[in-house]
Design a protein around this ligand. Structure first.
Ligand SMILES: [Zn+2]
Length: 262
């Protein structure tokens, strides 16, 4: 059984066939999915989905793309969601820095990232971090605002092994997306092999970044198996072993109980 540690099920891409998507995920062995908010409205929808479907958990936060629009009322709104969400909300995210697209000015991105690291600590939640071409500033922010107590993950990890090692040394997890299956992803494949097995998560980041052989299509949680198979092959272990480890890691980080424990 796999857990998709990062997907955006509230996005319009999924509105028409979400039930079928979740059924296909289950049939493929993806037992749980974290659906991740990118702004207040999307976080609210993520919580609503997690309440509707037992296989879903939600994360709430403001994406760096939207950080220029975030205000105090958004922070209050997110904290209220956490208070009302209970077990359905397992993380604060996604937050971080995106210097590839620069949709928000970098100083604002940095300020809102630091602010949300504080809010996550206040909410006693682990963080889901987005890092695009901002490795050194991400590390600097994490050193200034340690998240050790509740932990966190660099989602859709896009650095090399040197960065992954620093992330692991900070006590955080590394999550790999379908990008690791692409032919030109040698640096990421090295990370997939070297990262300690107890620090690795897997994700789709759907609807984006579909793994080979679906590259370019709308991604969905069932296809997480392609990514997991690829990583297992690179590491020379079975899919079952990779799935057991990444599922245990995801449950540990996000304090998710086994379905059967409920
Ligand atoms: Zn995302």
């Amino acid at each position: 059984m796999l857990i998709d540690s990062h997907c955006h099920l509230d996005m319009d891409d999924y509105t028409d066939d979400l039930d079928a998507i979740l059924a296909r995920a289950k049939a493929a062995g993806v037992s749980q999915i974290i659906t991740v908010g990118i702004d207040l409205d999307s976080s609210r929808q993520a919580l609503a989905l997690a309440r509707k479907y037992s296989m879903l958990k939600a994360a709430v936060g403001i994406h760096p793309h939207d950080s220029v629009h975030a205000s105090d009322s958004d922070w209050d709104g997110l904290l209220n969601l956490v208070a009302e969400g209970g077990d359905a909300i397992v993380a604060w995210g996604e937050i971080g820095l995106d210097y590839a697209k620069d949709y928000s000015p970098r100083p604002i991105q940095r300020r809102q990232f630091a602010r949300q690291l504080e809010l996550a600590a206040e909410a006693r939640l682990p963080v889901i971090i987005h890092d695009r071409e901002a490795h050194s500033d991400i590390l600097a922010a994490l050193l200034a605002n340690p998240v050790r107590q509740h932990g966190g993950v660099l989602h859709c990890f896009s650095g090399d092994w040197l960065l992954a090692k620093k992330v692991v040394d900070l006590g955080l997890y590394v999550s790999l997306s379908g990008v690791v299956t692409f032919k030109n992803a040698a640096a990421l494949q090295e990370v997939a092999v070297k990262v300690p097995l107890d620090r690795l998560l897997v994700e789709t980041d759907g609807p984006f970044l579909a793994p080979h052989p679906y590259r370019g299509k709308r991604n969905e949680p069932a296809w997480l198996v392609k990514t997991a198979e690829h990583i297992a092959r690179l590491r020379g272990i079975s899919l079952a072993e990779l799935a057991a480890a990444t599922t245990a890691n995801t449950r540990r980080l996000f304090a998710i109980e086994h379905e059967k424990d409920k």
